[in-house]
Design a protein. Structure first.
Length: 288
């Protein structure tokens, strides 16, 4: 098994629309392009299969004539932000939305109004989290965001692309330096190989945690070896399992997120990440 610290990445919104949607969508199955599939082809396949939620990560910024039926439909759309202010440009409206809105409402012709975001567009920001399943469960409670998450139903962690092992997140109450000193590394531990180390260690918290995680990995891999599907074998996986989660939302959604997750009452594991991320948002000018 492998141990990692929780982390995040802010994904640059300047990546082309379809490329950004593709990298968000491939998180779900940890997949790679097959046969040279292009990002546009990937998005078209999502549309044909009806898997439109991934399209929500594709932010669309529009500049349209204000106070018209064509533009005001976005003011009434709950997933879009409409801003009409003559400080921007007389008679123009700044609209922030996503590709799913355009697809589902048959508004694709509005892509002719596509523009670079201005200071008057409500920005949407994407963050990729590398956290355990427990913290991911807390993050996805912020329902005004768009989410795509790695699937334990379809991902087979015994395969080469996962290193034939499970990856777990080190919780805040465990000292990684103690693990390295006591067990030699954060990588390569296994239940059967290291059972004597786990049981003889004087570091109770670390050894008990690692033994439990290693035991769950052994059971998971055995179930797969004996013919179980990943969606069946996953029942023995603990909340410490690493997951990859992509999250996209308007700047004001992120402000609400930080208010809750940076609070002293938030779980320590999500709080320390949220505080660091909030500080980066301030530096980048995403929030004020």
């Amino acid at each position: 098994m492998k141990l990692e610290k929780a982390s995040y990445e802010i994904w640059d919104e300047k990546v082309p629309l379809h490329d950004h949607i593709e990298r968000c969508g491939r998180i779900c199955y940890a997949s790679e392009p097959i046969g040279g599939e292009k990002a546009v082809e990937f998005c078209n396949r999502l549309i044909r299969s009806g898997h439109l939620s991934v399209l929500e990560h594709g932010t669309v910024y529009l500049s349209m004539e204000s106070e018209t039926e064509e533009s005001l439909k976005y003011d009434e759309n709950p997933y879009s932000e409409y801003y009409d202010n003559d400080e921007f440009e007389l008679g123009r409206a700044c609209i922030s939305t996503n590709l799913r809105v355009l697809i589902e409402n048959n508004w694709l012709k509005d892509l002719t109004y596509l523009c670079e975001p201005t200071p008057y567009h409500d920005k949407r920001i994407t963050v990729k989290w590398n956290v355990n399943r427990a913290i991911a469960n807390e993050i996805v409670r912020h329902r005004k965001f768009s989410f795509s998450q790695q699937s334990t139903r379809y991902c087979n962690f015994s395969k080469d692309r996962f290193g034939n092992e499970l990856t777990f997140i080190i919780p805040s109450w465990i000292d990684e330096n103690v693990i390295i000193k006591e067990f030699g590394s954060l990588n390569g531990l296994s239940y059967h190989k290291d059972i004597d180390k786990f049981q003889s260690s004087e570091c109770a918290n670390e050894s008990n945690l690692l033994q439990g995680l290693a035991f769950s990995e052994a059971n998971y891999l055995t179930l797969l070896k004996n013919g179980s599907k990943p969606e069946q074998a996953r029942d023995v996986l603990p909340l410490a399992l690493k997951t990859e989660l992509v999250m996209t939302g308007f700047a004001h959604n992120w402000t609400a997120f930080f208010k809750l997750r940076c609070d002293n009452h938030a779980h320590p594991d999500v709080r320390r990440l949220a505080i660091k991320l909030r500080d980066e948002f301030y530096k980048k000018g995403y929030i004020v």
